[in-house]
Ligand binder design. Structure first.
Ligand SMILES: *Cc1c(COP(=O)(O)O)cnc(C)c1O
Length: 378
């Protein structure tokens, strides 16, 4: 079975995890600090702190930005539900803005129109690792005095204007879930603007506690329990060294997909934007023709039968039951709804070979031909 993604952990990393296990110190400790330093170096020296998920990083970012009940946060509905769930978690209201179908990212031209007196922040999402236009994003944010919390869960190592994401901007959250371009098993981090924000983040991730030199501590805010273990950080230290090579390999594989799909225009697939300047190629996603959208499940099943796993990233958040029940399903998001119904993630991970790409393209071609044929008969 070819999975749609698979983490690549080398033997050296496995040995370093064993070393942590033998050391007697498993929870947050020296390995976490070492990984925070390495992440901070990549982020141009800005403060970075680890947590056990990007979801926690995003929620704490909203709290650092003082977003709460009565506030609105503008975001996209074409994302993992965590993006909007964190807005609800702090008591604020998500305001979904439609995507630009060319990039599948939040349409920044529509953002300005969605800003009200209650808008406090924007959460852009770099779907598939393609960065939202940071020039326009920060121009809008500064014009309206809004905070930006970048959901860069998928875009670690991606670039804007030649600079890696995290080196500039407001608050930036990365994820180290096993499906992302680098992993800690589970984990995430937040890049911040100041040591003061970093201290606030440290409190939020561990019960709101500040330790004193005399062994006592105080608790002055309601914090969570989201600190990372040194076991996980050891995995991350092995991965961060390889992130550039991973991303380079992903770019090569994406180029191969484009070359194999060249000449298959009869399939009427919409390919992703062929960006080799900004994206870290977290995913390679195609859109099925609208006429076959309601047979996507059948296509996924057929491809699985030939040994190829695919994914749906993502069903639109506003159309899930929770958001329907909150009355958010009637947002006017035609491009989001169309793309969400037709999108299909093809396998893409560094250890893939050209022969794997060939298998995927053949299975997809045969699956689509079969569906079109059935449609003609019906
Ligand atoms: C993976 C992901 C998250 C959540 O990351 P976790 O580390 O699993 O909490 C949030 N947003 C997007 C866009 C993601 O892909």
């Amino acid at each position: 079975m070819l999975p749609f993604t698979r983490p690549d952990i080398d033997e050296e990393t496995i040995a370093s995890v064993a070393e942590v296990l033998r050391s007697g110190w498993l929870t947050t400790g020296p390995k976490c600090r070492e990984l925070e330093d390495a992440l901070s170096t990549r982020a141009g020296g800005r403060p970075v702190r680890l947590v056990n998920s990007a979801t926690a990083a995003l929620e704490f970012a909203l709290r650092i930005a003082c977003v709460g009940p009565g506030d609105e946060v503008i975001t996209t509905s074409l994302s993992w539900v965590a993006t909007a769930n964190v807005i609800l978690a702090v008591g604020a209201t998500p305001v979904f803005v439609d995507i630009d179908p060319a990039t599948r990212l939040i349409d920044l031209e529509r953002v300005s129109a969605a800003i009200t007196e209650r808008t406090r922040a924007i959460i852009p999402v770099d779907l598939a690792g393609l960065p939202v236009n940071r020039d326009i994003l920060y121009e809008i944010a500064s014009r309206h005095g809004l905070r930006v919390i970048e959901d860069a869960a998928q875009s670690q190592g991606a670039r804007w204007n030649g600079r890696e994401l995290g080196c500039f901007g407001d608050l930036i959250a990365f994820s180290f879930h096993p499906n992302k371009n680098m992993t800690t098993g589970e984990g995430g981090c937040l890049v911040m603007n100041s040591e003061q924000e970093a201290r606030q983040f440290e409190k939020l991730r561990l019960q709101g506690v500040t330790r004193n030199a005399d062994g006592t501590y105080d608790c002055d805010v309601l914090g969570g329990k989201a600190n990372l273990t040194d076991i996980a950080a050891a995995i991350g230290l092995g991965q961060i060294k390889r992130l550039d090579a991973f991303n380079q390999r992903r770019r090569e594989l994406a180029r191969l997909y484009f070359s194999k799909f060249d000449g298959l225009s009869r399939l009427q697939l919409e390919l992703p934007l062929a960006d080799f300047e900004h994206s870290n190629w977290h995913m390679f996603q195609v859109l099925l023709p609208a006429s076959l959208a309601n047979q996507r499940g059948e296509l996924i099943r057929r491809m699985r039968e030939t040994g190829i796993a695919t994914g749906v990233h993502y069903p639109a958040i506003h159309q899930t039951a929770l958001y329907k029940n909150l009355g958010l399903a009637n947002a006017h998001l035609p491009h989001t709804e169309s793309v969400a119904s037709r999108i299909l993630t093809l396998p893409l991970f560094p250890a893939m070979q050209e022969a794997d790409i060939d298998r995927v393209v053949i299975a997809l071609t045969q699956g689509l031909d079969h569906l079109s044929h059935e449609k003609t008969l019906a």
